[in-house]
Design a binder for this molecule. Sequence first.
Ligand code: GLA
Length: 686
Amino acid sequence: MTEWELRTARSVYVVAESEAGLELRHWGDPARRREPPVARRSPFESPADAAPLELTAAGTRHAQVSELLVQGPDGVDGALLGLVPGSVAAEGDGTALRALLRAADAGLEVELHVRTSAAHDVVERWAVLRSVRTTGDLQLTRAFGAAWNVPVGPGARVAQLVGAWSREFTPVETDLAAGQLVIGSRQGITSHLHSPVVALTPRDGGGGEAYGVALAWSGSWRMLIDAVPFREVVRVSGGPDDETGVVTLAPGQEFETPHLLGAWSPDGMAGLARTWRAYQRGVLARGTGVEHRPVVYNSWYATRFDVRVEHQLALADVAAGVGAEVFVVDDGWFTGRTSDRAGLGDWYADREKFPDGLAPLAKGVLERGMRFGLWVEPEAVNPDSDLYRAHPGWVYRAGERPLTTMRNQYVLDLGRPEVEEWAAGTLRRLLTEHPITYLKWDMNRAVSDGGRPGDPRGRAWSVQHTRAYHRLMALLREEFPHVTVEACAGGGGRVDNAVLALSDVVWPSDETGPRDRLAIQHGFLSAYPPSVMSSWVTDEPDRLDTAPVSAEFRFVVAMAGVLGIGADPLAWDAAARTRARELVALYREVREVVHTGVVTRHGDPRDAVYAVQYTGPDRVVLLVWARPGAGPVRVPLAGLDPAARYRVPGRIPSEVLDGGELSEAGVPVPFTLAADCDVVVLDRVR
Ligand code: GLA
């Protein structure tokens, strides 16, 4: 039986041709490779049911879940998929593979793609589904791109990130002995409810290996974690939501599925988080440099919809003074936008608020030494807008069902080419007419009635919308590479690995209360890197964890990612402004290590003391938060060379500590910054 081995940095991904198709032979540590168990097959299963296939269809499998559900024009469901002999081809110096499956009965061809990177432990997979029929449409009621046969079974401990608006990225764990766990979104966006990423470990803890699967997709989606009783692999698959959408293939048409990512670590859940972050920083991001993660000042919390030039410039004075590098005017600047009831769609500076257009404000911001940024929500429209009055047919509507607003707005149907063209034109106009170098792209409601009645492609509306959104984000990057893009959807409603590949930073949550934010960031960092984690200092209260905090605490929370300021600094007295300037300066000294170093989370934000460690080659930065009265503590550091020596700059008496001591006894945290937080910097002595 021919095998193909794909190498990642430390693992191998091995597939083989078998009687049943293309199946997984091994995924993980090359040294732990075992001969696959001889599948004991009962009369109740077909070979395809028993085999760990890379992808299959109902009609090929009969007892187990399949990734493809196909309906032919003749009323026949399913497809008998077989591997086309000789079609498996290794590519790219052992880091890529392509294989062809064919179902002659259905008239379907499936091109499987696998791609790895020699520098990371992440495997990328997707499929291209093609109709080779000459007549009649194929309906793909499920079109997932891959199945991952995760070798942790029987059953698994499954870790996920769940949430709600303002409570995103909350970690939960499920002990899945058998059966299916299903997560997803029906909202046309990634959603606040579930992040499209899961981590699997053996139910008994196992030997330290942890596996992650993520779906790089920003529309409605579904992931299935299928623990078949007594099976050694747990199958994880995913793709566009199969409850609310159907992909139709006319003869000769093809559909490339969303991509899935599989991550592996020999070092448990903490190692898996490192695997994800290294891949996102090294492969998905266009860079981790400071040019696309500036210190933002955002005026939303200070002004809401009351945007006035003089007031914005007064804010800009203080923002520049404390060290902001870009001034972003949030919602409220465009025509008719006095509340959330009107204006979305009319992306021209409001005449009453800006009688001379945006130019005087933009100029004033640039003169103060900052870049100029703007908020937009290109996918949405208020019924009270010129755009909607001109194009009432551009919004999603489900036939005769009455249109519903959420936050007083409809969603534009980006699946219509003329709407996508309008959005592209609007973005191009804004970015060429004004000296904008920072764009916050928001999306503030779910799609509740997606569809385009009468259009045979209309049931794939979410796929079309998402592809158009991705194309528009790619347009920004290609045509306006100097523009930093912050992705947002009412907070963290659209954070996924596809968005990470097309934006510079993401806004993880509208929750900026410091303790609640810290908890959200803790979850976020388990699957995403600090270099994309936009975080602002505001004056907003906490809702859940209301233990008091200092002003410094708020700053250190924001320092854990890409720091911004969203407070009303005109309300700060001189001492508060001076302190803010000092804290922004401290952040600027450590941010390179925060954005590029190896991240270790120590404890949980609910603990008396919680810390996040960022380890660079020459510097370690430790951010520490404590409960009132926690007192001096030591935090044992992770991942240091025991022989390396470190100095704590500015600490008197100046100490030199070695890596072994810092790992065992820990670094002392004196809480000099404030009683409830500190920033400890250790420089390596060479
Ligand atoms: C969303 C965003 C906020 C702000 C408002 C403006 O809620 O998440 O940051 O931009 O919209 O309406």
